[in-house]
Design a binder for this molecule. Sequence first.
Ligand code: OFO
Length: 168
Amino acid sequence: MLSTKMENALNEQIKNEFSSSFVYLAMSAYCDEQNLAGFAHWLRMQSQEEYGHAMKIFNYIQDREGHVVLKAIPQPESQYGSLVEVFKETLEHEKTISQMINELYALAVEEKDYPTQVMLQWFINEQVEEEKTASDILAQVKMIGDNTSALIVLDQQLASRSPESEDK
Ligand code: OFO
């Protein structure tokens, strides 16, 4: 059974993952308005992935016979200055989420909650990937600068992202 402290912290992380989903959906809308359909698609897939992360913790709390509490999520930004800004914010956002996951893991260690530690290891690995992907796209967007042809190529590449499988 989950301790109250652990359960509260996991419910908070459900909120953070749903909040991430909202942030990426807002970024997707911004890219769509800039006629960057590939970026918009990629960010929409990212938003769905974050929804999946929230549900992974949601299901876990239920498996441990805990109590799920869905908290209000903040309104995301709806305007961005540029693509560079979008991916700078994406990278910063993922670093913040990594920190949150690490803190959750530290709490699970403190609580001697071994199943939660195992569950969180998936998220620790995932965050390494999330930060790398955000950092790679940010570097590419910076390199492209004002080169429209290169931007179109990257937009086409990002359009090919497929939805994550169930266990992602
Ligand atoms: Fe849930 O990994 Fe990004 O935020």
